[in-house]
Design a protein around this ligand. Structure first.
Ligand code: LMR
Length: 338
């Protein structure tokens, strides 16, 4: 056999052998997120893994990397776009980093009264429009996962808006959240979630805001003496994937993954409230943190201080989108925006 022929045959063998092996290799989905496993998002990601592997009979393997062990907030979005991970569920507050400020509509204080009004938006045409809006970023939006409503925490009591004046408050990377803290006279500090516990412990920041499941699972209560159950804002997620990866999946596998995700989303949205109730009960039991409940006048004072954020952020988010959400949920803007 001539040398050049031998080269071709050897090349053909080396190409053919891995191909034969690849047919049996599972498709690996790396699912990275920044919270603990014992949170609504952590549990839903584990649920998705189990159902995806069951429904595809092992043809798909889902590796869940929780707690920023693989990537932190900003890095995980870049990693998804580059194809280094295949799935994420960032909070809606973090899509502004992709140049999509309309996602920050979810951060507007008091825009949702409860999960019912939230789901009218996420399950309706506005939710679909947001899911579809990521294509030009190489991303596909798959589903919304709920977490819940946020409370303020600090080392001093927060009983009225002025109590946050001059406090350095950690926020997610959202201009709306920045404006929210400014409206209270606080000093907003954007910071990756993985850094919050240490920043609170060392005193780089004085306080923060989070649903209770995030606060408890990151041990923030151990370094925060006061929590006020304000429920002043919402925190939820969009499950996203690398568009090229998703579109390249065999159709049958994609269907099975869609089914797994549908079930995981129902599960996530069902457990969020009880997980947050469980977390605040555990904070109470830990005895490290005083938990304050506001009376009607106290709640109104926070509302009055924070509602002007809607109008201030309308040029960034789009007044039309805000109005469409008001119409969907029946929210009464009062003096907010018209
Ligand atoms: C935060 O940064 O506070 C949250 O977005 C974390 C999360 O993913 O719930």
């Amino acid at each position: 056999m001539k040398v050049w022929m031998l080269v071709i045959v050897l090349a053909a063998i080396t190409i053919a052998v891995p191909r034969a092996g690849q047919a049996a290799d599972p498709i690996v989905i790396r699912f990275s997120h920044v919270v603990a496993e014992d949170t609504p998002k952590g549990k839903a990601a584990a649920f998705f893994k189990r159902r995806a592997e069951e429904l595809t009979a092992g043809r798909v393997l889902v590796e869940v990397h929780p707690n920023s062990t693989l990537y932190k907030d900003r890095d995980e979005l870049e990693a998804l776009q580059l194809g280094a991970v295949q799935m994420l569920a960032p909070s809606l507050a973090k899509f502004g980093m992709l140049g999509l400020p309309e996602f920050e509509v979810f951060d507007l204080p008091y825009i949702f009264d409860d999960e019912v009004s939230l789901e009218r938006v996420t399950n309706g045409p506005i939710g679909q429009q947001l899911l579809d809006s990521l294509g030009s970023r190489g991303i596909k939006g798959l589903a919304f996962w709920n977490n819940g409503f946020k409370s303020f925490s600090a080392n001093t009591p927060i009983l009225k808006p002025e109590d946050l004046s001059g406090k350095r408050m950690r926020i997610q990377s959202s201009r709306v959240l920045e404006e929210q803290m400014l409206a209270l006279g606080a000093i907003p500090q954007m910071m990756a979630f993985s850094e919050v516990y240490d920043a609170l412990r060392i005193g780089v920041v004085d306080g923060t805001e989070n649903p209770h499941s995030n606060l408890y699972s990151q041990h923030m209560h151990e370094v925060q003496k006061h929590i006020t159950l304000t429920e002043h804002g919402y925190l939820g997620y969009m499950v996203i994937t690398n568009r090229k990866f998703w579109d390249g999946l065999p159709r049958a596998i994609r269907r099975q993954l869609e089914q797994a995700l549908k079930e995981a989303s129902e599960y996530a949205n069902r457990i969020a409230r009880e997980e947050n109730e469980r977390a605040i009960a555990l904070v109470r039991a830990a005895g490290t943190t005083e938990i304050h409940q506001l009376d009607a006048a106290g709640r109104q004072a926070f509302r009055d201080a924070l509602l002007p954020v809607h109008a201030r952020m309308a040029p960034r988010i789009g007044a039309d989108l805000i109005r469409r959400i008001y119409a969907e949920t029946g929210f009464d803007p009062g003096g907010a925006i018209r």
